[in-house]
Ligand binder design. Structure first.
Ligand SMILES: [Zn+2]
Length: 76
């Protein structure tokens, strides 16, 4: 599966991000990328700014330099 990011676009808030948009999280420190499950985020964050959520995500490498990427996963 290949992830294509929507260039220069962010929904601003998590709760207004359309369901057909796939979200990935990338660590700016180590480059790790993985799927982001919006349903795993506690309810109190559903109305949070994307940037506020990014600040709270901690990578396996220990850094908190997460970046949420919005786009779509496709087979080719
Ligand atoms: Zn990392």
């Amino acid at each position: 599966m290949k992830f294509r990011q929507i260039p220069n676009w962010t929904p601003g808030y998590l709760n207004v991000c359309p369901r057909h948009v796939d979200i990935r999280v990338r660590c700016e420190a180590c480059g790790r990328e993985k799927d982001f499950d919006r349903d795993a985020i506690p309810g109190r964050f559903h109305h949070s700014l994307i940037t506020e959520i990014e600040e709270r995500l901690k990578c396996e490498c220990g850094e908190k330099k997460a970046k949420l990427l919005f786009g779509s996963l496709s087979a080719n």
